[in-house]
Write a protein that binds this ligand. Structure first.
Ligand SMILES: [Zn+2]
Ligand SMILES: [Zn+2]
Length: 141
């Protein structure tokens, strides 16, 4: 069994949920892509693969994955939230188009270290941060 599936089993057990092939399909679909997709797009992709799963199961499983730090939920400002998996991905921030929802990922060392100095100044130990820029992409301008 792969490490990712073991992790899913552990989390479902902790949440008092059964490990089912439907929930496994949700997780497999999410980790199969590096795209940022909303819950409905993930649901459609699973259905397209021929897996019979209800929308409610997909939504609820995603919630559990977000709660347990396996999936990141992105508030994109317009339309439904988008999701991306957090397995073997390095830290990155997002710039989001408020018109079409297009998302780019970026890492800027200066921003990262500035955030560290802010935390230091206020005597915080930094655990995580969410940094999102909202704008209008080239295609929508
Ligand atoms: Zn756009
Ligand atoms: Zn991302």
């Amino acid at each position: 069994m792969s490490k990712n599936i073991k992790k899913l089993k552990k989390v479902l057990h902790k949440e008092g949920l059964r490990f089912t092939s439907q929930r496994e399909a949700v997780w497999n679909e999410i980790i199969s892509s590096d795209e940022h997709r909303n819950a409905d797009e993930i649901y459609m992709a699973i259905r397209q693969n021929g897996v019979l799963v209800s929308r409610a199961t997909v939504y609820r499983t995603i919630d559990v994955l977000v709660k347990n730090n396996m999936v990141r939920k992105l508030d994109v400002g317009v339309g439904p939230s988008k999701f991306e998996h957090k397995m073997n991905t390095s830290h990155h921030d997002h710039i989001i188009c408020i018109q079409c929802g297009h998302i780019e990922e970026f890492v800027v060392d200066q921003i990262e270290s500035l955030q560290d100095s802010v935390a230091k100044e206020y005597e915080f130990i930094l655990v995580r941060h969410i940094h999102q820029l909202f704008g209008i992409c080239k295609d929508c301008q």
